[in-house]
Ligand binder design. Structure first.
Ligand code: FES
Length: 67
C-alpha cells in the first residue's frame, strides 16, 4: 500500500493513521493525537483541513502537508 506525501510515494502500513505515517517521515505536527487540537491538519485527497490523527491511511491517498 502506498500514499503520496507532498508528491513523494511512500509505503504505508494498513490500519495506521496518516499522522503516524507522517511521524515515521519526521513530518508530523501532532499535539493531542485524539482529534482535539487541529495541529495535525493536512490536505487529504484535495480536501483541506483534515485532522491526520483521525484518518486511517488508505491505498492511493494523496497528502499535502502545506497549503
Ligand atoms: S494531533 Fe490534535 S487533532 Fe490531530
Amino acid at each position: 500500500m502506498h500514499v503520496t506525501v507532498d508528491g513523494e510515494p511512500v509505503p504505508a502500513k494498513p490500519g495506521r493513521t496518516i499522522a503516524a505515517l507522517l511521524h515515521t517521515m519526521g513530518r508530523a505536527r501532532i499535539f493531542c493525537g485524539i482529534g482535539v487540537c487541529f495541529d495535525c491538519v493536512v490536505t487529504l485527497n484535495e480536501v483541506p483541513d483534515v485532522r491526520s490523527c483521525q484518518r486511517i491511511a488508505t491505498d492511493g491517498d494523496t497528502v499535502r502537508t502545506r497549503p
